[in-house]
Design a binder for this molecule. Structure first.
Ligand code: PAF
Length: 325
């Protein structure tokens, strides 16, 4: 009888510990604004797989797509107050929280993907990630959105003169807005979840985003013209909430950093793939694509945006990036 009781006790204890382990799994919410077929979704999946594997299931990740947690600005606020744990966001609204990142939003700053990735993966990128903690955010890794191009419903854009008077939705980013003003367009800042309807209803004529986003959002349904202006490189960042991360052990925090790096790598792979294949897909869906654009006049037009930027934010970071070119 005592043996039976002992076995019974051990089984009960075993079951209790399995139940405890199951309870102990912490659910992590991860938000982004793009669809479940986008490059951000590829990055979110890599984050989930890596974190769940490294933590042996102690953390499980739930992905919230298509701006279901709000626009990027709202989600960054969510990180600060702890209503979301991880966010993949462009730098669009980030400068409103961490002004040091505005330098990355300057038009024609980076020439190509290799240069941009090299700067973000280097000392300057690390410094910017570290700065996030002064603003109630945790910078986990630099990821990618891509070089931005202009689309619109009115006409082909081959020079800044063609953009004159065009109502172009920009991100909620003062550096981008200034660049479009200098081109003669009428910049209209707006959160991404509102954009499709605004294009559909003609509240704005155009928008600018990387090929990845134009593909993932079916913009061909509301935009006829695409011009490969590549006017600005758009990084994205994998950010965490200090409310979650500050309470973790060093080992656990390192899992999050590793998951964010895996996310960035997977996202960049998808951006590169779509840069190759996306334009043909957009043409197949009826967009008129202007490829051979002389970017010289665009660069000249946006030059004053640099002066306005350095007057406000200084030139140290900018010079360091330019020295790496
Ligand atoms: O245009 C934007 O707001 C951003 O590029 C997007 C699509 C939300 C991706 O970060």
């Amino acid at each position: 009888r005592p043996l039976v009781t002992a076995i019974g006790g051990a089984v009960t204890l075993g079951l209790a510990s399995v139940a405890l382990q199951a309870q102990a799994a912490t659910e992590i919410s991860l938000g982004h604004t793009l669809s479940s077929t986008s490059h951000y979704a590829v990055g979110a999946q890599a984050f989930k797989e890596t974190l769940e594997e490294l933590s042996d299931g102690a953390f499980t990740v739930t992905e919230h797509t298509s701006g279901s947690l709000g626009g990027e600005r709202e989600m960054i606020e969510g990180l600060q107050i702890g209503t979301v744990d991880i966010v993949i966001t462009s730098t669009g609204p980030l400068g409103n929280f961490v002004p040091e990142t505005y330098v990355l939003d300057l038009p024609f700053l980076f020439e190509d993907y290799d240069q941009a990735r090299c700067v973000l993966d280097g000392e300057l990128g690390d410094e910017l990630l570290a700065k996030m903690s002064d603003h109630d955010l945790v910078g986990l890794a630099w990821s990618e959105n891509g070089f931005r191009h202009m689309t619109n419903s009115r006409r082909e854009i081959a020079s800044p003169a063609d953009a004159d008077g065009l109502r172009v939705r920009t991100m909620e980013n003062e550096v981008h807005q200034e660049a479009f003003r200098q081109m003669g367009a009428r910049p209209t800042p707006m959160a991404f979840p509102e954009l499709f309807t605004a294009l559909q209803q003609g509240t704005v004529d155009g928008q600018e985003n990387p090929i990845t986003v134009i593909v993932a959002t079916n913009f061909w349904e509301v935009q006829d013209y695409l011009s490969l202006t590549g006017h600005v490189y758009s990084p994205s960042a994998v950010l965490g909430s200090p409310i979650l991360l500050d309470g973790l052990s060093d080992e656990e925090r390192e899992w999050f950093h590793e998951a964010a790096r895996a996310s960035a790598e997977a996202t960049r792979g998808e951006v590169s793939r779509l840069e190759e294949e996306g334009v043909a897909l957009l043409e197949e869906n009826g967009m008129t694509v202007k490829t051979d654009i002389d970017i010289g006049p665009f660069q000249e037009a946006v030059e004053p945006a640099y002066e306005i930027f350095t007057a406000e934010h200084g030139s140290e970071m900018l010079e360091r990036i330019q020295a790496q070119a």
